[in-house]
Design a protein around this ligand. Sequence first.
Ligand code: ADP
Ligand code: MG
Length: 611
Amino acid sequence: MPAIQQLSASVVNKIAAGEVIERPASVLKELLENSVDAGAGRIDVTVEQGGGELIRVADDGCGIVDEELPLAVASHATSKIRQADDLFSVRTLGFRGEALASIAEVSRLTLRSRTADAESGAEFEIVGGEPRPVAPVGCPVGTTIEVRNLFFNTPVRHKFLRSTQTEMGHTTEALTRLALAHPHVHFTLTHNGRLVHDLPPVEDVRQRVAAFFGQEIADDLIEIGSETDGVKLTGFVANPMHSRASGRMQYLFLNGRAIRDRSLQHALGEAFRGLLLTGRQPICFLRLEMPAELIDVNVHPTKQEVRFQDGGRLYSQLLGTLRTKFLTTDLTARGKSNRSWPISASNDEAESGGSVSQLVHWAKEQLGQQTGTPIAVSNVSSRPGEPLQLHRIDVPAFQPFETQHSPRANLDVASERPATPESRNALQVHNRYLVVETEAGIEVIDQHALHERILYEQLRDKVLAGVLESQRLLVPEPVDLSASEAAAVLEQAELLSRLGVEVEPFGGETVLVSSYPAMLANWRPAEVLRDLVEKLLAGGKQPEARDLLDELLHMIACKAAVKFGDRLAPEEIDTLVAQRHLAQDSHHCPHGRPTALVFTHEDLDRQFKRI
Ligand code: ADP
Ligand code: MG
């Protein structure tokens, strides 16, 4: 083994930079936090190429005295704490004294600053960790920090930078967090010469929510608030008609700092239990204010996670506050909700222009392909206000048992596909399970899991064959996304088009959807897109195109499938049971859960102590 050596300051800083500075967005986060700590009332952010070229943050805060400029970028130099005990009374966002040193090590950093009582300002430049002499310069009170060519001297890190759009998405997210946490500060964001956000100080954070996520969500926020033992909880949760497939839109601010906390996310999920479909996540913008000594913020290099002295009490406070609020709030979705069936809910059948029986036709086709025989589809009938029905598909194989429903009995087909007695005996229980008598005993089928499996396989085959039907929208629908969402969508436009989702940029963070899968005709394009986005972003690192495609197929199949809890008509039950034989792996849903449980006669006999 080689001899042990003390690492040089430069290497130490590069290692530290690896921890704190992952991408341009991390630089922006650190600079914004410093500006907020400096008491800025206005912070102007200028970004070029997502931040990889340039990030400039100009604030009107307290400034730095000229002789301290070199210290500001020295590692472990901070004005925010003095001794270790101070760690438990931190009221500022920063305290580690590492950020500027780390950034300066891996970029070309220029710092210009002036305090209120200085006559002029001073400028200090560091290139890849090499300081230049401090020079006087004329500038307003406050601090401007420019970071150019991030990772120019660490090629390995540079390689990890993604497209401008993706980086800009993350960069905007960093601004979003700070701007939501500090509504009294005026923020602006300019990207490649274009003013993207101008956010004057506001009393009501809902205006910021509207600016970042659209008016629709801002209008549907439910205000909550409580205070227990000095812990103040305020903020908003979105009406459950709005949800996401991941927890990315759960913003939690602790004393002005955006944090993630599993336990509090869990409390949120508990509060929304029963209000959202399984797998959906609530949206929230919550603030916690509590004495600094109740928290340890020094557990994570970017301080995204903290440790609470009494996490259990916080959990109960959040859950209790939300539950109480929900009890007194009318949470019904206001006429915008979608039905879970891929087939039209159909009080507007004429409007939906025949898309009503898309699945029916499609399923029929599938059956037809499999049996080589055309299959008739019965008429669709549904009246306004009636519970949603899957329209009947006559399945010839079962008609011998269903003659009262199937005047078009087709015995030819029956002879091609030997009938099984299953459908006759299929019974739906609790709107969830189908119980079927089989030769071996009985089978209990999870209706959603089975349908999802069938749809998933069929979709996959179609996508692989490049023949997935998509539905062109007469009027393309603009969808407002956050910057990172828009970036992800546009970056994966090609992949999405294979799924029948056509998207194009529409200026700013709006994306235009011009077509989407025919199977999801009954869902709003915006919602379909938002869910796809969640999947695109959920992986974190760039996933393999194939895995991503598979994820998206799962999502579409899941959305299009009958839900756990949907009441099915006898014909629908038959159809589903009949289609079971079309799936290659009808025994597992795409998530790997079983679709059916089998109880053999022997099992039953044994349970009843007959054998
Ligand atoms: P930390 O924020 O953890 O103290 P940083 O490396 O981010 O460490 O900053 C080092 C020091 O530089 C800060 O403690 C602060 O005194 C000073 N500083 C940095 N940015 C600003 C700013 N925008 N305005 C005033 N002072 C600043
Ligand atoms: Mg800092």
